[in-house]
Design a protein around this ligand. Structure first.
Ligand code: GLV
Ligand code: MN
Ligand code: MN
Length: 426
């Protein structure tokens, strides 16, 4: 029987404090990786971990590993963590809840001078949301060796800066690993992928971000599979012209073509028999974006998600063919460029079984479920046994300022994470 207990007040205090590190006060949390608010959040977390005696390691991508003070060399490590970056005007719990809970586990183990068969690390993964570079799970993709040096230059922000340039522009050496005068060198890059022979497993605690647990009344979700996704970038180019003087019969309107293409993509995906596949256009730029000019050029993202890779590809291929047909019929040019993707993943059955046993023992209502959202756990799951736990999201809202979870559910989830970590540490 585990006598140690997490400090639920401290957990909620930390979450409430971190909520204030936002670029959009009063309008949700906006904390992009590598921003000043990201640095403030990092300083807060690192300070807490250092006070708990943890070792801190920050890699060139700015992923942070915080090792329990009693960790011993040569022992494999159990990892828990998530991300602290957000979408624009996002919620206060996505990612940060998993980080604060992992930190709480670290602090509790530390104050109890815990030492088990395995080591423990709390991890902050950088740039999970893809808010800067449009690619989700960037930090963990480097950790898993899925991204390499090429991606430092290929990934670019809307302002044109590459990931490498952004990393080289960081200055706060307390919270970032600052590259030397020659920039990010071969050694920095070589040390990005973890030595997974030294990692025992990973567990990520997260809010559900959907309506299932809130509706069912169950308090925990044990994750079976995580959806994969494929993201493309579509550019449609027509002819800009005067909005009043150009007859409808003579228009080559890029935005009308895009609108038709988006509705067609929805129609295609809605034909899905099990209604599981989802398609989203979440980002669009219109040029010149003037009310009295026929839009000349439109760029938009389009992503398809499902837990069956073949289905993702089938739907995406049909959508791309439909976009091309629509462009042709409307006499606009179009290009569909692959942007990024991640594969659907089944998480570790042994960890899920252990979670089931623990939930049954403590009488917490739970269910097995899939995750439509992607998580850093996906990347780590390629390499080592990985598990995920969800707590309910009120009204199923997430990636919006309304994102919320009852405090008792936040505490119950963190207590459950602690229980699982202790079981795994031996
Ligand atoms: C991350 O939140 C994602 O699923 O896009
Ligand atoms: Mn998240
Ligand atoms: Mn998210």
């Amino acid at each position: 029987m585990n006598k140690m207990r997490i400090n639920s007040e401290r957990l909620l205090d930390n979450l409430n404090k971190l909520k204030t590190f936002t670029d959009t006060p009063g309008e949700g949390v906006t904390r992009f990786s590598y921003s000043a608010k990201d640095a403030e959040a990092r300083a807060y977390i690192i300070d807490r971990a250092e006070k708990a005696g943890a070792s801190i390691h920050i890699d060139a991508l700015q992923n942070i590993r915080m090792g329990l003070k009693t960790n011993r060399p040569g022992h494999k490590t159990l990892v828990a963590g998530s991300h602290i970056d957000t979408v624009r005007n996002g919620g206060w719990l996505d990612g940060i809840y998993g980080v604060c809970s992992a930190l709480e586990v670290l602090e509790t183990l530390s104050e109890n001078d815990f030492s088990g068969e395995y080591n423990f690390e709390a991890v902050v993964f950088a740039e999970e949301e893809g808010s800067n570079f449009g690619s989700t799970m960037t930090g963990s993709k480097f950790i898993a060796g899925i991204y390499n040096e090429e991606n430092l230059d290929k990934l670019t922000r809307d302002d044109g800066l590459s990931l490498r340039q952004v990393l080289c522009s960081l200055t706060d050496s307390r919270v970032y690993s600052i590259p030397g005068p020659g920039g990010i060198n071969a050694e920095d890059i070589e040390s990005l992928p973890w030595d997974f022979s030294q990692i025992k497993a990973m567990v990520e605690l997260h809010i559900e971000q959907g309506p299932i647990l809130d509706k069912s009344g169950e308090r925990l979700g044990i994750i079976d599979s995580i959806f994969g996704m494929r993201v493309i970038e579509v550019v449609m180019e027509g002819v800009g012209n005067h909005a009043g003087a150009t007859p409808m019969s003579q228009r080559q309107d890029a935005l009308s073509a895009a609108a038709e293409a988006i509705l067609k993509a929805e129609e295609i995906v809605r034909s899905d028999e099990d209604r599981r596949t989802v398609v989203t256009v979440g980002k669009m730029e219109i040029a010149p974006n003037c009310s009295n000019v026929i839009p000349e050029k439109v760029c938009f993202s389009l992503e398809v998600r499902d837990k069956d890779e073949a289905k993702i590809n089938r739907f995406m291929d049909r959508i791309i063919a439909a976009i091309r047909d629509i462009a042709k019929a409307r006499k606009v040019s179009c290009s569909c460029r692959e942007h990024s993707h991640s594969l659907p993943l089944h998480l570790d059955d042994r960890l899920a079984q252990g979670m089931k046993n623990a939930a049954e023992k403590s009488g917490i209502p739970f269910r097995y479920m899939d995750s439509g959202a992607v998580h850093d756990a996906c990347m780590i799951a390629y390499k080592v046994p990985t598990g995920m736990i969800f707590v309910p999201s009120i009204n199923g809202r997430s990636h919006v300022p309304e994102e919320d979870t009852k405090p008792e559910d936040l505490v119950a989830g963190a207590e459950f994470l602690f229980e699982i970590v202790c079981r795994e540490l031996g």
